[in-house]
Design a protein around this ligand. Structure first.
Ligand SMILES: [Zn+2]
Length: 111
């Protein structure tokens, strides 16, 4: 996963998503989603094994148009703006480099 200023700007929290075409179910690519919130844009630098960049994001299987290329002005960052309901996502579980979170349990005080 990438850890840069964009990720830090979104709280340093990311998930890896597997994106699929919601029209035909074809798996498209993996995407690193930074921060909370719904998926409205796909930043090109977050697409894993990206297909060639085009003016439109099209499903290679059913050729449905899923989004259009924009420049996200706030960050001057190229992205695909997704059409509503064009893409389905599921969270990919990360198996390598997984850090376990240790919980410190403080025993109750006896006064
Ligand atoms: Zn499709």
């Amino acid at each position: 996963m990438k850890n840069d200023k964009y990720r830090k700007g979104r709280g340093g929290y990311s998930r890896m998503l597997q994106l699929s075409c919601s029209h035909c179910g074809k798996e498209l690519f993996r995407y690193q989603k930074d921060g909370p919130g719904i998926l409205k844009r796909l930043y090109l630098d977050r697409i894993v094994n990206s297909p060639r960049v085009a003016a439109q994001l099209t499903c290679p299987n059913c050729t449905e148009t899923l989004g259009i290329k924009i420049i996200y002005k706030k960050e001057n960052r190229p992205a695909y703006r997704l059409f509503t309901g064009a893409i389905t996502k599921k969270i990919v579980k990360q198996t390598k480099n997984k850090k376990k979170r240790h919980e410190v349990i403080v025993p109750p005080r006896k006064d």
